[in-house]
Design a protein around this ligand. Structure first.
Ligand code: SAH
Ligand code: SF4
Length: 414
C-alpha cells in the first residue's frame, strides 16, 4: 500500500527557466498544419499530392526526429519544409524513469525557454487486460486557476501552449515507444494547466490525435481533465466523439470548493455537474470525478455524504487520490484508513469509487512540481503569507461561508 515516497526525482541537466528567456520560434509546428492545408502548401509548389501523404506519415507515424531524417522526400523539399515549419516544437528534453521504469517523467524545453512536463506510464499486461502505455500531457505553461494544493497553480500562469506544443509531447512519447515496437494507448490531459482554458488549441489537438489521417487514437482513449470550465465542457461534448471527461471536483460543497478550486466562484458545483451529466448522456461515457483528499479539509463524513447526494443516480465514477505533499500548502494528504472510510460511504450510495495510490498521486503531483522546482523557491515570508491565507480561507469555508475573493484573473468575472 502507499507509503509516502518522494514524488519527484529532480532533473539535473536542464537549466531553470521560470519564465520565457528568448523570443519564440515563429515557424509553426508542422503537427498543427491540417492535412488539407498541407496538401495546399505542397501543390502550390507544383509538387505531386503524394508528397503531402509522405510528410503526414513522417510527422504522425514514423520515428523521424527532423525533416532531415525523412529520406522518402527530396532534399530540396526537406530544406523548404524546414524553413517553413518546425518538425518538433519541444527542443530539448530530459527523461527520468521512476517506479522501476514503469513511470517516465519528461521535462520539455519550449522554443522560448519555458519548461513543461509530461509523464509516460507503462501498465504491463495482466490476465484479462492488455498492456497499456498512458501519457499525461500539459496544455499550458503554468495555470491561472490557482488550486492551493497544486504545484502548477502556485506557479501562476505563464502562457497557453500552441497546438503543436501539445501534440508534440504525444509524438515524442509515441516515437520512444515505437523504437521497441510498442504503441501509445491512452492520452490524458492531466499535466500542467487547465486544458479548457486553452480551449481552441486543446480541441484542435484532440481532433488531430483522434483523426485517422493523423495520430488515429480512439476518442475513448483520450481523457480531458478539467477543474470545471463549463462552456469548455459543453464544446468538448459538442465535438461528438466519445472523449472521456474527468472533473476535478475535490469538494461537493460550494464554500469549500470556492477555496480548493477557485474557478468554482465562476462556475459552481451544480453547473459543473449539469454539464458533465449532458456529456455522459450524449456520449454514453461515464464521467470520472477526481477528489484530491486533504487531511481534515475535504475528507469528513459530511463531505462523503454531500458527494454521495450530489452524484446519486449519475453515470459517474469517483477517484480518490490522497494529496501529494507539494506546493507550499499548510496541508497533508488524508491517511489511507480515512480515505477508505470515505470511499465506503460513497459506495453505499451505489457510486463506483476507486482509490488511486502511488502512481496516481504521482501523476497529478509530478506535473508542475518539476517546473516549480526549476522556478526556484519563494521567500519564507511569501510562503508564510500564502499558508496563512489558505488557512483563513478554508476555515471560513468550513464554517459554510462562500468566498469573497474574486474569480482568478484569466478565468472570467463572477
Ligand atoms: N487543470 C486540470 C488538469 C491538470 S491537474 C484539472 O485540474 O483537472 C490534474 C490532476 O492533478 C487534477 O485532478 C488535480 O487535482 C491533481 N493534483 C494537483 N495537485 C495535486 C496534489 N498535490 N496531489 C494530488 N493530486 C493533485
Ligand atoms: Fe490548474 Fe488543475 Fe492545478 Fe488547479 S489542479 S491549479 S486547475 S493545473
Amino acid at each position: 500500500m502507499s507509503e509516502q515516497k518522494p514524488a519527484v526525482v529532480p532533473f539535473l541537466g536542464l537549466r531553470p527557466a521560470p519564465s520565457a528567456t528568448r523570443p519564440r520560434d515563429e515557424r509553426p509546428g508542422i503537427s498543427e498544419i491540417a492535412p488539407d492545408a498541407l496538401r495546399g502548401w505542397i501543390t502550390e509548389r507544383g509538387l505531386p499530392g503524394y508528397r503531402a501523404t509522405q510528410v503526414l506519415d513522417a510527422v504522425w507515424r514514423g520515428t523521424a526526429e527532423s525533416f532531415a531524417d525523412v529520406h522518402t522526400l527530396p532534399a530540396t523539399l526537406r530544406d523548404e519544409l524546414d524553413g517553413a515549419f518546425r518538425f518538433d516544437t519541444t527542443i530539448e528534453r530530459e527523461v527520468r524513469a521512476t517506479d522501476g521504469g514503469l513511470t517516465e517523467k519528461v521535462l520539455h524545453r519550449l522554443s522560448d525557454g519555458l519548461l513543461i512536463e509530461s509523464v509516460l506510464m507503462h501498465y504491463p499486461a495482466r490476465v484479462g487486460a492488455k498492456e497499456r502505455h498512458t501519457l499525461c500531457i500539459s496544455s499550458q505553461a503554468g495555470c491561472a486557476v490557482g488550486c492551493p494544493f497544486c504545484a502548477t497553480g502556485e506557479l501562476g500562469m505563464e502562457r497557453d501552449l500552441e497546438m503543436a506544443e501539445i501534440v508534440d509531447q504525444v509524438r515524442h512519447a509515441a516515437r520512444a515507444l515505437a523504437v521497441d515496437g510498442r504503441r501509445l494507448t491512452n492520452v490524458v490531459f492531466m499535466g500542467m494547466g487547465e486544458p479548457l482554458l486553452n480551449l481552441d488549441r486543446v480541441l484542435a489537438a484532440i481532433e488531430a490525435l483522434n483523426d485517422g489521417d493523423r495520430f488515429g487514437l480512439g476518442a475513448r482513449h483520450i481523457t480531458v481533465s478539467t477543474s470545471g470550465v463549463v462552456p469548455g465542457i459543453r464544446r468538448l461534448t459538442a465535438l461528438g466523439p466519445q472523449f472521456t471527461l474527468a472533473i476535478s471536483l475535490h469538494a461537493a460543497r460550494d464554500p469549500l470548493r470556492d477555496v480548493l478550486v477557485p474557478l468554482n466562484r465562476r462556475w459552481p458545483v451544480a453547473e459543473v455537474v449539469a454539464a458533465a451529466r449532458d456529456h455522459a448522456d450524449r456520449t454514453g461515457r461515464r464521467v470520472t470525478y477526481e477528489l484530491t483528499m486533504i487531511d481534515g479539509i475535504n475528507d469528513t463524513d459530511l463531505d462523503a455524504d454531500a458527494l454521495a447526494e450530489l452524484l446519486r443516480g449519475e453515470l459517474a465514477h469517483v477517484n480518490l487520490i490522497p494529496m501529494n505533499q507539494v506546493a507550499h500548502t499548510p496541508w497533508t494528504g488524508t491517511p489511507l484508513p480515512r480515505v477508505e472510510r470515505f470511499a465506503e460511504r460513497v459506495r453505499a450510495a451505489g457510486i463506483t469509487t476507486t482509490i488511486r495510490y502511488n502512481r496516481g498521486t504521482e501523476i497529478g503531483a509530478a506535473c508542475g512540481q518539476l517546473a516549480a522546482e526549476h522556478a526556484g523557491q519563494p521567500t519564507p515570508i511569501v510562503v508564510r503569507r500564502r499558508r496563512e491565507r489558505i488557512v483563513a480561507e478554508s476555515a471560513a469555508a468550513l464554517r459554510g461561508e462562500r468566498s469573497h475573493e474574486p474569480v482568478p484573473a484569466g478565468v472570467g468575472e463572477r
